[in-house]
Write a protein that binds this ligand. Structure first.
Ligand SMILES: Nc1ncnc2c1ncn2[C@@H]1O[C@H](COP(=O)(O)OP(=O)(O)O)[C@@H](O)[C@H]1O
Ligand SMILES: [Mg+2]
Length: 366
């Protein structure tokens, strides 16, 4: 539905060129909820604006459905209003001098095609009912709450019934509780409408909870693309592991493969020999960094398991997080973070045994 091929965008500034997007290629399927996730400044907004036609790329191609809307080689650049898209900006960009009705009607009035008054009325009301703002048509836009303004921006993006919705951090101005509720509502709405959604966020939880596919971006490039579970459970690079969720890193060197489980290897670390999943093509002698999530580390029960990774340490810090305890355990010179149930009863200073299931430990190339 949206095809981006070898997209490059540079900004000319007084201090030289900023190469904001560096050869990105993405293929977003019809009806998919696709998220670009990355830290501030990595090029997410630039990519989205290029798809909308608000930014002129230097190189590459962009197609929306069967329409080639940008091609540097063929000198094609379709203007924004002729692309079949709706867009919500981080700031919402709703018009403060208009009421709710006029804000939503605006894109219809702006279109080349003329709609009758009745058609406009019915389309606006339908869009407002999708976002549950019916009854507020006459309210001046600034007199809406933050959550209502966000939904107004969404109604305005949907009123033309575009095939593609582009959303740039649309929830970032909402407070935490509302943001959480809106995540699910928004996903359900676009799924119900069957609209292809290209979403941009720096918020990993939004990306994991809303998306069919997540592309993680760093410094103008896509470093990994996959389902939320793949991205979280099988990060292929240190950057991805570090950016998404909390992670423990243990440096090591590959000793060899486990005889009975060829998928697993043994690595030598400062905390002893550990078994873990090795990346393809990595063999003995190579430097790796092992990644294990806090929720995958368990407290030992006393009887050490026959197989697997067992470490001994001392509890250094316990942080109460409400639904969980984050427990920091000193193991040799390392500090490992683990997640425990608040009822677990561990105490600061206590000597503990940790079990790290080998299949949950993943080595990455160092
Ligand atoms: N209009 C602009 N002029 C110059 N540099 C820009 C402009 N817009 C963005 N940039 C730079 O391009 C890079 C990517 O920005 P952006 O796409 O906004 O990142 P993100 O949305 O991921 O935070 C950043 O280094 C940013 O400073
Ligand atoms: Mg941005």
């Amino acid at each position: 539905m949206i095809r981006i091929h070898s997209l490059n965008v540079r900004y000319k500034t007084e201090r030289g060129d900023v190469h904001a997007v560096r050869g990105i290629s993405l293929d977003i399927q019809q009806g998919q909820f696709f998220t670009l996730l990355g830290p501030s400044g990595c090029g997410k907004t630039t990519t989205l604006r290029a798809v909308a036609g608000l930014e002129a790329p230097d190189e590459g191609e962009i197609a929306i459905g069967d329409d080639l809307v940008f091609s540097s080689a063929r000198r094609i650049s379709v203007p924004p209003y002729k692309r079949d898209i709706g867009m919500v900006f981080q700031s919402y960009a709703i018009w403060p001098h208009m009421n709710v009705f006029e804000n939503v009607a605006f894109p219809l009035r702006e279109m080349g095609r003329k709609f009758s008054k009745r058609e406009i009325n019915s389309k606006v009301r339908q869009a407002l009912s999708l976002v549950q703002l019916e009854g507020l048509e006459d309210r001046p836009a600034p007199f809406l709450s933050g959550g209502q303004q966000q939904r107004l921006a969404l109604a305005r993006a949907l009123v033309k019934e575009p095939r593609v919705l582009l959303l740039d951090e649309p929830l970032s101005n909402l407070d935490a509780k509302l943001r959480e509720e809106t995540r699910l509502e928004l996903r359900e709405l676009v799924k119900r409408l069957g609209i292809t959604t290209f979403y941009v966020t720096h918020d990993q939880l939004e990306a994991l909870t809303m998306s069919d596919v997540v592309a993680v971006m760093d410094q103008g490039r896509v470093v990994q693309e996959g389902s939320p579970m793949e991205i979280y459970q099988s990060p292929k690079e240190r950057f991805v592991a570090n950016f998404i969720g909390l992670t423990n890193f243990l440096e090591g060197r590959v000793k060899g493969f486990c005889p009975k489980q060829p998928r697993l290897g043994e690595i030598e670390t400062a905390s002893g020999t550990l078994q873990c999943v090795l990346p393809d093509g990595v063999g003995p002698g190579e430097s790796v960094v092992m990644v294990v999530r806090p929720e995958d580390i368990h407290l030992g029960t006393g009887t050490p398991p026959q197989q697997g990774n067992v470490l001994h340490g001392r509890v250094e810090a316990i942080i109460f997080m409400g639904e969980a305890l984050e427990c920091q355990v000193a193991v040799g010179s390392q500090r490992l973070r683990m997640k425990l149930h608040p009822s677990s009863g561990v105490r600061q200073g206590e000597a503990v045994t940790l079990e790290l299931p080998p299949e949950r430990c993943r080595a990455l190339r160092a």
